[in-house]
Design a protein around this ligand. Structure first.
Ligand code: 7PV
Length: 282
């Protein structure tokens, strides 16, 4: 139904805004010697985010920040598999996996992942089929180009919100044609993926147009350059800006917020929700 997402062995109530905590499993922390320490560190970080109110932990084996270089599915799996196993077995966490690779989707589903998060919106060969077979909810996100070139003078022949809306409508159609029911989809405008700062600001301001799809919306703006460029703050000083964006995203209809600073964002989202609901729902 609209308000509950079936995420493998978890049911996620999205009748109110939920926070997704970002867990970095960067390659350098997984050099052979450091693997176990790095996995333990990751699990402790996840435990803290869960204690701060994260409903989901988001793990990715491929960096998709601007300029990042591609990784093989095996490299992705080597990075995320040990962490997913720990998250599932030790913390019983609802785990979202950032991947575009069908092989990774299949393997992480077997490991107990609860959600797939594909910044390429299942456009890779075999991804639609793998996502459909997983039975999991899938976040499909708008991105133009690849991380290596997406920020090279991003340009659109139409308004950004129309381009994003058209792209997501097309992906919803492709998913349904592949037997992936639209109720399993989460939509994401993809802040920072092939967009200028002005594109990102306009996109957030007009994000309520995505409500027409009647599907949950995910927004990921935490510590991104749209904050840095407006406030002229380095990445470690972008929390206040990020909370302003999270508040606006909830007001514009987002139900999932992908962030690094879980506790503060949970409070900002809950405060915003209380105003929108004009009270503390039973
Ligand atoms: N669904 C979903 N998944 C995501 N995974 C990531 S990783 C962030 C990569 C990045 C870093 C920094 C900039 S920038 N140049 O704007 O600061 C852009 C992209 N993000 C998202 C997001 O939003 N949604």
């Amino acid at each position: 139904s609209m308000n509950m997402l079936h995420c493998g062995r978890h049911w996620l109530d999205i009748s109110f805004p939920r926070v997704m905590g970002v867990l970095n499993v960067t390659p350098d922390s997984f050099s052979d010697g450091g693997r176990h320490i790095a996995v333990d560190d990751a699990l402790r970080h996840a435990e803290r985010m869960l204690a701060e109110g994260a409903a989901i932990i988001d793990v990715g084996g491929e960096s998709t920040r601007p300029g990042a270089s591609p990784v093989s599915p095996q490299q992705e799996l080597d990075r995320v598999a040990p962490v997913i196993e720990g998250l599932v077995r030790e913390l019983d966490a609802l785990v979202s996996v950032d991947t575009s690779a069908p092989e990774v989707m299949k393997e992480v589903t077997a490991l107990g992942a609860g959600m797939l998060n594909d910044v390429r919106a299942l456009r890779r060969e075999g991804a639609l089929q793998a996502a459909a077979r997983s039975g999991l909810p899938v976040c499909v996100m708008h991105m133009i180009g690849e991380p290596g070139d997406m920020q090279d003078a991003p340009h659109y022949d139409q308004e950004i919100e129309s381009a994003v809306e058209q792209f997501l409508a097309d992906r919803i159609g492709a998913c349904e044609a592949a037997g992936l029911h639209r109720e399993r989809l989460i939509l994401d405008p993809g802040f920072g993926f092939g967009k200028t700062v002005e594109h990102n600001l306009r996109l957030l301001n007009r994000m309520d147009t995505l409500k027409r799809f009647e599907l949950p919306i995910l927004a990921g703006m935490s510590r991104k350059s749209m904050i840095g460029k407006v406030l002229e703050r380095p990445v470690e000083e972008r929390l206040s800006g990020g909370l302003a964006l999270a508040t606006l995203a909830v007001e514009r209809g987002a139900r999932l917020l992908r962030v690094h600073d879980v506790g503060p964002t949970v409070d900002a989202a809950n405060m915003t929700w209380a105003v929108l609901q004009e009270g503390l729902e039973p």
